[in-house]
Ligand binder design. Structure first.
Ligand code: ARG
Length: 587
């Protein structure tokens, strides 16, 4: 739609300039790209709507009167008639696009490489940090929300031309991992994940839980864990060796979950490598008077003037803390890969942390600190009573996906569709991921949410599987057509055949895809693409129920509609990729 839209913006601007000249000579009229363009609520009213309210004051005329005058002026512009028709509708100048050329343009655009992708971020570099788990336990449901937000936003930014670097900052050091290690030292007896038949990150998580249980028996165990941390800091060989071993188990298990759910990273940072980076900058800030030394000897920053508190940056013993590490990492990242934006996908609990971090970096004089962005997301809860896990509180990511896959397979079996899906387990897992990812993306990130596994898996309604099902319907029509079923074999596709309101409405939905990606990238909001997919699914569903494709007695219409189905399928597949919803050809 973009091209026809900008052509019309130019025409309306030209008509407006003439109207300004006639009514208020010498007053500058709005330029084409300054015009507001809306979509009329009812397609019968037109495809584009130009509101005239803003012009009323300058032109000293009512908006409806202006719209009428513009209608006449547009009619006098020779190029306009080939592009469509403008009509005053109350205070709006509405435009009905010339359908056939627009249909031809859209169908050709879908077939060209990179359909939907834009250039609004061409030449920009964006780093997206997401997931960033701790290595004492496996991923949980909160990480699944984090991961799909990070992965999807990264894909959307890349689709707009940005060079994206996906970074995972693994927290592999600190007291939490010492706790898993200590429990293993006490009760592990040298066993391995293989010995126990456990996925290796679950194995590590088991010892973290065990640590909690050991507290009842051994009161000093917290102090022992602290002692272990001191030994780790001192680089004691045996401690370091066990630490390495357990981290490898944790990280390799976590990577399996990424692979299973279609997530990937360009770079893994490990906190054990980065945690000392920040100290130098804190010392520099202290020397410059940006920070101060408190009475107890700790180094602090006073952010009270911007409504944040005083914050410790180095403990009194000189050791660094969570934020020290983030200061250093941010600086190091920008040095090694200068970027236009860095997005941190991190839970909303850490909002204060990131406000403080960004403020400190600004005070240290880094211009780029203005382009740091915290993509904050809320908690994910399950309906009570469901999926209690080993730890009793958090929902394990792998267990949840296993459960969803089981439910999806049961649904396929209940519908008796085992034969048409082929690989039952594989398709079940893809439906599970479609259900999960769509549900998680659809809610605005900042809000806490309730994840309802059964509702998310429904094949009807506002769900991932419904979208996947509609995509599969499109594929199935194409499959039949390729087998020679249908009247299209004797027909020729012609854009003009798709000028009916029903076909046109679907063409317009397809045409809106690039705009949805561009808006999602500009707002760093994947839900725009997720919602677009749902609209596409609904429009396609209504359309194909009422409008025969292959069985159409008009061979040219059948061939033309088949082209439209091919465009719809390509759009489903591309939008699904951006939202991490596996596309299915059959289900
Ligand atoms: N590992 C941290 C946690 O699990 C999240 C790290 C977020 N990223 C950052 N750069 N601080 O809470």
């Amino acid at each position: 739609m973009t091209e026809a839209r900008s052509a019309w913006m130019a025409i309306v601007a030209q008509a407006l300039a003439a109207e300004f000249e006639a009514r208020v000579p010498g007053q500058p009229a709005p330029k084409a790209d300054e015009l507001v363009v809306e979509t009329p609520p009812d397609p019968a009213m037109g495809d584009l709507g130009f509101p005239m309210f803003a012009m009323a004051k300058v032109l000293r005329a009512g908006p409806a009167q202006i719209a009428k005058a513009l209608e006449a002026r547009v009619a006098a512009i020779p190029e306009a008639s080939a592009l469509g028709q403008a009509k005053a509708v109350g205070p709006y100048l509405n435009v009905s696009l010339a359908r056939a050329p627009e249909i031809a343009r859209v169908l050709a655009a879908v077939r060209s490489p990179g359909w939907g992708q834009g250039t609004s971020l061409a030449g920009k570099r964006v780093m997206v940090e997401f997931s960033s788990p701790n290595t004492n336990k496996p991923l949980h449901l909160g990480h699944l929300r984090n991961n799909v937000l990070g992965e999807s936003v990264s894909r959307i930014l890349a689709a707009e031309g940005a060079e994206v670097r996906k970074v995972n900052h693994i927290n592999d050091r600190g007291i939490h991992i010492c706790k898993s290690m200590l429990a293993y030292m006490k009760k592990g007896e040298g066993r391995t994940p293989e010995d126990e038949g456990l996925k290796s990150d679950h194995f590590v998580g088991k010892y973290y839980v065990l640590f909690g249980e050991l507290k009842a028996e051994a009161k000093d165990i917290e102090a022992e864990a602290q002692e272990l941390l001191v030994q780790w800091e001192a680089g004691e060989t045996a401690v370091r060796e066990l630490w390495k071993r357990m981290n490898e188990w944790a990280v390799s298990g976590i990577k399996k979950t990424y692979a299973r759910t279609g997530k990937g990273f360009d770079l893994y940072d490990y906190e054990s490598d980065t945690y000392e980076l920040g100290r130098r900058f804190v010392h520099e800030g202290l020397a410059k008077g940006i920070f101060f030394k408190a009475e107890d000897g700790s180094v602090q920053v006073d952010l009270e003037d911007v409504g944040l508190d005083k914050k410790v940056l180095l403990r009194k013993d000189g050791t660094s803390i969570y934020i020290t590490q983030d200061i250093g990492t941010a600086i190091e990242r920008h040095e090694s890969w200068p970027h236009d934006k860095l997005i941190y996908v991190v839970a909303s609990e850490q909002q204060y942390h990131f406000k403080v971090l960004f403020e400190i970096l600004k005070r240290l004089g880094f211009e780029w600190a203005r382009d740091l962005h915290h993509l904050s997301y809320g908690l994910v809860n399950l309906p009570s009573g469901r999926m209690k896990t080993r730890e009793g509180t958090v929902v394990d990511a792998d267990d949840l996906i296993d459960e969803l896959s089981r439910l999806a397979v049961a649904e396929i079996e209940a519908k008796g569709r085992e034969d048409s899906v082929g690989d039952l387990a594989g398709v079940g897992e893809k439906i599970a991921l479609g259900a999960l990812h769509y549900y998680l993306l659809q809610t605005a990130p900042a809000k806490d949410m309730l994840y309802d596994p059964e509702a998310s898996l429904s094949f009807n309604g506002d769900t991932g599987p419904y979208i996947q099902y509609m995509g599969a319907r499109a594929s199935s029509i194409i499959r039949k057509a390729n087998k020679g079923e249908g009247t299209h074999v004797n027909g020729t596709p012609r854009p003009a055949k798709l000028e009916s309101d029903a076909d046109w409405a679907l063409v317009r939905r397809v045409a809106a895809f690039p705009g949805a990606i561009e808006a999602a990238a500009a707002k760093v909001d994947s839900s725009i693409v997720a919602n677009y997919l749902h609209d596409l699914a609904q429009d396609f569903s209504t359309w194909y129920r009422d409008n025969p494709v292959l069985a159409n007695p008009d061979a040219d219409l059948a061939a033309s509609r088949l082209e439209l189905v091919i465009a719809v399928r390509a759009t489903f597949a591309a939008a699904a990729r951006l939202t991490c919803i596996p596309f299915l050809d059959a289900m």
